[in-house]
Design a protein around this ligand. Structure first.
Ligand SMILES: C[S@@+](CC[C@H](N)C(=O)[O-])C[C@H]1O[C@@H](n2cnc3c(N)ncnc32)[C@H](O)[C@@H]1O
Length: 205
């Protein structure tokens, strides 16, 4: 895993961004308690039978919410073995849930297999924004929906407020999505700024 990202000009060392060891496990527990995710479920709009991918699931708060909904399959990738352990623990024996090690730009899943794909609080940690967006486009079915969200929103708490991305970086996310997805929209949730887009049903060569 590279320690640099497209969004920051300094190496990333925080246990929240690169959870490993005891500090990573504690960071995971903290994120489970504090990170706000419920509004994303509505934004993703999961329908009965959908196959959904979460990139950067961390301790698995959103996976838990998705698991209590109508999705037929919930898959995820995260580069952290500690996060995989925490996120997978409540779902042992549930064969709808498939959480793997992987990254936004190399999920390991096949072409066009998901109805929805979501990334929350990790887009600014990706080494290469365009490579991650291309990978989400690749794994979505035509007509599938992508949601990319980062700390911010209309009522961010103290932590989300300090982690907000500047407008030029948000514009880069929107621009990168706009190259491959249609109907790209920005949503100010309570503690997240989110972008949604749809993989076009027909695409040029
Ligand atoms: C701040 S945590 C957010 C976890 C969770 N999505 C949440 O909001 O509670 C960031 C997560 O992104 C993961 N991550 C870091 N780089 C990544 C990458 N290139 N692709 C996918 N996930 C990544 C980290 O391992 C970590 O679990």
């Amino acid at each position: 895993m590279e320690n640099t990202s497209w969004a920051f000009d300094r190496p990333i060392t925080s246990p929240f961004a690169r959870p490993r060891g005891l500090a990573g496990r504690l960071a995971g527990r903290f994120m489970l308690l504090t990170n706000e995710q419920r509004e994303l479920v509505a934004l993703l709009g999961v329908r009965p039978g959908d196959h959904v991918l979460e990139v950067g699931y961390g301790p698995g708060k959103l996976v838990r919410m998705l698991a209590s909904g109508p999705a037929a399959r919930i898959c995820g990738v995260d580069p952290s073995a500690e996060m995989r352990e925490q996120a997978a623990r409540p779902h042992r024996g549930d064969d709808r849930i498939d959480l793997r090690l992987g990254t936004a730009d190399a999920t390991g899943f096949g072409d066009g297999v998901f109805d929805g794909a979501v990334s929350v609080n990790n887009v600014a940690l990706w080494p290469d924004l365009g490579a991650g967006v291309r990978e989400l486009h690749r794994v979505l079915k035509p007509g599938g929906k992508v949601v990319i969200a980062w700390h911010g929103g209309s009522l961010p708490g103290r932590i989300a407020g300090t982690l907000k991305l500047p407008e030029d970086k948000l514009a880069m996310i929107r621009g990168s999505m706009g190259e491959l997805f249609e109907d790209v929209e920005r949503h100010e949730l309570k503690a997240l700024t989110a972008f949604t887009g749809i993989r076009p049903r027909t695409e040029g060569p």
